[in-house]
Design a protein. Structure first.
Length: 218
């Protein structure tokens, strides 16, 4: 086999194994075979294989090793985090991108009940990666939306319902009601010269909310 094909080959096989295991089929031999190719897998294939192991209830060294490799591919950056995926020409057949792989890894972490601290950064990055309210193509849109829904069902089951206020000194800058789930945001620009006037009152900038805020879809 052409060496350049290995990432693509292991990717589609890992996806097939994941689907079969979730459908109740025994795929132990295929999981063992694919695990030996872990060095040649793109990150999203590692996620597929980890999903298969989770679905069949496997614990121990093999799932831990896949999680370690996945974690090593995640780049933390300014309160966000995302997957740095392999860039192989044959992976373009899968519409390969950092957005797609980040969403798949997010779903994998949610399914394996990872701590919320490991997934919040990825939700922020995915939301910030949108342009004009959407991602780059249909694959990214579908997979990112599924991952975000998986996230809020697992970690944020309480529907947002609160009033948020941001104040600078005694001056109220913005006050908004958030009710239900939405991907819209409220933005208010404050000229720098007004900071100096408020700073003269030696009062800090304060943000308050009446109820728990959903950190994802607000």
């Amino acid at each position: 086999m052409n060496e350049g094909w290995w990432p693509a080959y292991t990717a589609w096989e890992s996806f097939a194994v994941k689907v079969l295991v979730k459908g109740g089929r025994n795929q132990d031999s295929n999981i063992t075979r694919l695990y030996e190719y872990r060095d040649r897998m793109p990150v999203f294939a590692l996620a597929y294989l980890a999903d298969a192991m989770t679905a069949k209830g496997e614990t121990g060294a093999r799932p831990a090793e896949l999680r370690r490799r996945i974690e090593n591919s995640i780049l933390p950056e300014a309160g966000t985090s995302h997957v740095e995926e392999l860039s192989y020409p044959y992976l373009l057949y899968f519409w390969n991108s950092n957005i797609r792989s980040t969403a798949l890894v997010l779903s994998t972490k949610v399914q394996s009940s990872a701590p919320s601290t490991e997934v919040v950064g990825m939700t922020r990055w995915l939301l910030g990666a949108r342009k004009n309210g959407r991602w780059g193509n249909t694959q990214e849109n579908a997979i990112a939306m599924k991952a975000l829904v998986d996230y809020y069902r697992k970690y944020e089951s309480i529907t947002p319902d609160f009033i948020a206020t941001v104040s600078l000194g005694a001056r109220e800058l913005v006050k908004e009601t958030f009710k239900g789930r939405t991907t819209s945001s409220v933005v208010k620009e404050v000229p720098r010269r007004s900071w100096r006037r408020s700073a003269a009152a030696t009062s800090p900038c304060v943000a308050t909310a009446q109820a728990r805020r959903s950190s994802m879809l607000v």
